[in-house]
Design a protein around this ligand. Sequence first.
Ligand SMILES: [Zn+2]
Length: 157
Amino acid sequence: MSLVERITTSADAKVWYDNIPIESLYTVGIAGEKFFRAIKDRGVIMGSVCPSCNLTYLPPMMYCERCLAELEEWVEVGTKGTVHTYTVVGVSLEGEPLEQPEILALIKVEGAHGGLVHRLGEVKPEDVEIGMPVEAVFKPKKGREGSILDIEHFKPV
Ligand SMILES: [Zn+2]
């Protein structure tokens, strides 16, 4: 096959199977940095505010998605909310059955327009209800790493 011949089937191309070591660094952005630092350092959940639209974004945004204003005002939105929706997971990512099923929920956080997807804990799957009031349970400060998993789970209140 010459260089000017067109390959029409990918199987006709010469291939070389191997691995390429690649490292990447994912940054959470300016708003994410402030959000995760507040969780790690102070155990609080923060949202960004658009006073023009009367919206408090959670997760926080740098810009209002309605009026495009830069959002410079931040507020603590509290650690309580309600279960907006949930699902019970019984199988791992590898397809193996879990010893303990996990409950994943979208938590509508009080004082914010939006919410967080997180685990529910200290509750049985059959006892979870839409609209159930819940509260964030944070890891001890010493073990926090600046991630959403610094919140261990949300528990019923
Ligand atoms: Zn706005």
